[in-house]
Design a protein around this ligand. Sequence first.
Ligand code: IPD
Length: 287
Amino acid sequence: DGISVEELESLCVRFATEAARFIRDERPDRMGVAATKSSETDVVTVMDQRSEELLHRLIQQARPDDGILGEEGADVLGTSGLTWVVDPIDGTVNYLYEVPAYAVSVAVVVGDAQSQGGWRPVAGAVADPCLRLVHHAGRGTGAWTSPENPADRADPARLSVSGEDRLARTLLATGFGYDPQVRARQAEVLLRVLPQVRDIRRIGSAALDLVRVAQGSVDAYAETGLNAWDLAAGWLVVEEAGGVVVGVGEGAHSAPGKALTVAAGPALVDQVRTLFVGPAAPPDAAR
Ligand code: IPD
């Protein structure tokens, strides 16, 4: 319908910051770690759902013909060819414990974001309610950080990835899935990775990990098993900051997704990928 990338980007910023304000300002006081495990989890789930409902409403008011895919189950098939991919709280465990590293991720993509390949974000925003900032990008418009408050947005800061090219000097962010078997495999990989890099950070929000790569405040990020909503906005922010995001095992030109996602500057990304994938098995070791 002729909407521009810039207009989509400013919608992403508006929706993500509204939801970010909501989860910050409405965060229940009694969500502390003292409550029972199941009720804590419920409180987070309720806030997750309410944040997604808010995003859903905002998107449908502005863009009634677009699709919506959300972590909390939104799955609207649109007719326009554009789909909004939203994570209403990325970093839910941090949100639960009041560790100030969680975000709202909103992206608009072309293609089927539920498939392993073939989809691409055209605009995205990652709103950080704790720092009151929003990181955003549109395809071809660069990656920027702006204040959450629209009145202060005159002077955004441009993001650009670090130029690091040596693993031994790489500050690497990673994350872990929720499934215990997946975690066991991730821990095994770390045995090999940890001695090779400067250090590792487990920040707890994939969207903020990607933003950190874009800022150059970590050098690289790698995690297996991400979903589209975790990475859709951050992926574009990294690319527009001069970085590269690859989804290993899905072909060089397909979208990152279920397999290993690696984000870094161009001089580092292949080294990090090789580090995670491990040395190639010798031919005679096959059985
Ligand atoms: C999780 C966070 C975490 C990552 C997990 C994600 P959620 O998202 O991004 O950092 O390691 O893989 O599932 O569940 O908090 O939205």
